[in-house]
Design a protein around this ligand. Structure first.
Ligand code: NFS
Ligand code: SF4
Length: 649
């Protein structure tokens, strides 16, 4: 490990107590973590500005001059062409990740329908019927099998449709869809959009940044209203639509006297199958014979959030804690599938004798044990993983230090449940939410989502940003690693309403909800799109998503997936702020296009701020501007005066 004494203090790189404790232990144990490497690997300043092109061997060409227009690439490509192409390829990669994950869910759905997958079944027929009817599939008097077969065919078009609009855009508010049609960006199948994005960003093809931006938006929309939405819908149909559930989070959920297994990744099937295996009497007996009090399944990152929302499974932490949790020495096995799996987890696992098992043919890691999960016989893999974990438990030889902190919170808010909880069973709908926004108790809504990043103090921006938003009466919805940051900080409990402004607090207390609503994994950002769509359709807040008093933010993002998500929110009409860094050269026309001009076309726009309080105030200023445009700014002032009066009485 590199020069220990020069390493930055753990207190300066994370606000997560458990992770901090584990960084100290790792340093004592001589184990290098990604925090340490982030210190020793200065980010390349040219790449940081996205100011280089390596799309052909006449380059790579660098535009790192003081004036970005002082130079062009060997082929003549300008800085705008270069940054736009690079941005487009990030969106293509992020979209590919979400849509390929959605495709895997469709593969599973097909297997369930044709009977070749026997370990899973259609669990939520209400959701099946809802999704089918939303796509104009006849459901009256038809069998589940017939509806599911038609639905499968329709959803496959999300990927394969060569021409015309994908089915799920039927859910987009009319005026928003109209703005896409005008711009020529209604997505076709994701395969076609990703292919075209890669083609147009190759050497010598699209060299007009505005035209490139159209394809960037079209590709991203094929993710948000396509691949990600399919992934969420099919997961709900197969495993159940989430409803609020109390969950315990943070590393204190590990148990010294049990076989601890961490499941980390993105496809819910691995964890769902692990749950079945862990409940098997013969496997449980093996565990108890080995001296364990039980099998402790714990999720991490997004699939952990999926299964937490559906089954209340404990969750150990977010992306920046996946190595740290191994340092506890208490993890008997870590098993992973796809996405956000750091290659060094294999090495750290080795240091603590933890069994590290990859399960997906798409994502093998050198040095890891690979036990492939075949959806036709998933338990063969998951039984095996648990047996390996039991083997490690029996032979535990490393010292075990489990951080003691845990936090309880309520998670699992689907857009369906939000509809129900706000309206009650007699008049379920989004009217109460819209009404409370119109009357000013709730100022607006914000989505705070996305990753953690070792170049940004872990969890800090997520927590400070959300606190500032709720203090200002902004209702927050969350997904991904951000949700876990707030859960660990204890803000996903109804009690957190005490930190909210008086208007938001009153609504939360009346309904009995936290001011911060966790919706699940990153593909579940599609649930946020559905909330936005419902808000528009309910009425009173304008005709398109761009009219709503809402904003989005990913304060500590790192993955290309986050850029794809940001772009589909922007193209859908949402002001979206990113923190930490932005892959663009400042002072370029492309920057102005993303940060200002897109708004004029009926879309949202991008924003950037390094400081969480500044991020919050960019978002609040946007929300207030939308309130003014809607003519509802006065109502809020009246409500606040009323409340002050009541309080004074
Ligand atoms: Ni989202 Fe999930 Fe986390 Fe970022 Fe990675 S786990 S898909 S990409 S790091 S939020
Ligand atoms: Fe350079 Fe143009 Fe080739 Fe890019 S495509 S590497 S700018 S010559």
């Amino acid at each position: 490990m590199a020069k220990l004494k020069e390493l930055i203090r753990p207190e300066d790189i994370t606000t997560c107590d458990s992770t901090r404790q584990m960084i100290h232990k790792a340093r004592k144990d001589g184990v290098e973590l990604f925090f340490d490497r982030a210190e020793n690997m200065r980010p390349c300043p040219i790449g940081n500005d996205s100011a280089c092109c390596k799309h052909c061997s006449m380059g790579p060409c660098r535009m790192n001059t003081k004036d970005p227009y002082a130079r062009v690439g060997v082929c003549g490509a300008t800085i705008d062409t270069i940054v736009a192409r690079n941005f487009g390829r990030m969106v293509a990669a992020g979209t590919a990740a979400h849509t390929d994950h959605g495709m895997a869910m469709l593969d599973l759905f097909r297997g369930v329908i044709d009977g070749t997958v026997k370990d899973f079944a259609i669990k939520d027929t209400v959701k099946l019927v809802e999704v089918a009817s939303s796509l104009d599939i006849e459901t009256e008097g038809r069998s589940v099998q017939d509806i599911a077969t038609d639905l499968y065919k329709e959803l496959e078009l999300t990927y394969t449709q060569v021409d015309g609009e994908i089915p799920l855009v039927k859910r987009v508010p009319e005026k928003t869809l109209e703005s896409w049609r005008q711009e020529g960006i209604v997505p076709r199948g994701a395969m076609r959009e990703i292919m075209e994005m890669m083609h147009r960003s190759a050497m010598g093809v699209d060299q007009d940044y505005e035209n490139i931006t159209k394809q960037i938006s079209r590709t991203a929309l094929a993710d948000g209203w396509g691949g990600s939405m399919v992934s969420t819908d099919i997961s709900d149909i197969l495993f159940g639509t989430p409803s609020p559930v109390e969950v315990e989070v943070d590393m204190g959920v590990l148990k010294e006297d049990q076989v601890n297994i961490i499941v980390h990744g993105h496809e819910p099937i691995l964890l769902e199958a692990m749950l079945v295996s862990a409940a098997s009497p013969s496997i449980l007996k093996m565990a108890t014979d080995a001296g364990a009090k039980g099998i402790n399944l714990v999720g991490m990152c997004c699939s952990g959030l999926d299964v937490l929302s559906r089954h209340g499974l404990p969750h150990a932490g977010n992306f920046s804690s996946t190595e740290a949790v191994l340092v506890s020495g208490a993890v008997d096995a870590m098993t992973v599938d796809i996405q956000c799996i750091k290659q060094d987890l294999v090495k750290v696992s080795e240091c603590y004798d933890t069994a590290f098992i990859t399960t997906n043919y798409r994502a093998k890691i050198e040095g890891a044990t690979h036990i492939e999960l075949d959806e036709h016989d998933p338990l063969e893999c998951t039984d095996n993983v648990i047996i390996k974990a039991i083997g490690r438990f029996k032979n535990r030889s490393k010292s075990i230090v489990i951080p003691s902190h845990t936090a309880k919170g309520i998670h699992g808010f689907s857009h369906e449940y939000i509809k129900y909880m706000l309206g009650g069973s007699f008049r379920s709908g989004y009217e109460p939410l819209n009404d409370n926004i119109v009357n000013g108790r709730i100022r607006g809504a914000a989505g705070v989502v996305g990753c953690t990043n070792p170049r940004s103090k872990q969890d800090f921006s997520h927590v400070e940003l959300v606190k500032e938003l709720i203090k200002n009466d902004v209702l927050v919805v969350q997904t991904g690693c951000s949700q876990m940051a707030l859960a660990k900080a204890g803000l996903t409990t109804p009690g957190a309403a005490a930190l909210a402004g008086s208007g938001l607090a009153e609504v939360c207390e009346t309904v009995g909800i936290p001011p911060v609503l966790g919706l699940g994994s990153c593909v579940d950002n599609s649930r946020i799109l559905m909330i936005l769509s419902e808000m528009v359709k309910t009425g009173g807040l304008g005709d398109s998503i761009a009219d709503l008093p809402v904003a989005g933010c990913a304060p500590e993002w790192m993955s290309e997936k986050a850029i794809a998500i940001g772009q589909y929110f922007v193209a859908s009409g949402v002001f979206t702020v990113f923190g930490h860094t932005f892959p663009i050269t400042e002072g370029t026309k492309f920057e102005k296009h993303l940060f200002e001009e897109l708004e004029g076309k009926g879309f949202g726009k991008w924003g950037f701020a390094a400081d969480p309080i500044e991020m919050a105030h960019l978002m609040i200023a946007h929300i207030d501007k939308k309130r003014r445009d809607l003519g509802i700014d006065q109502a809020r002032e009246r409500v606040l005066v009323d409340m002050a009066d009541r309080r004074a009485l």
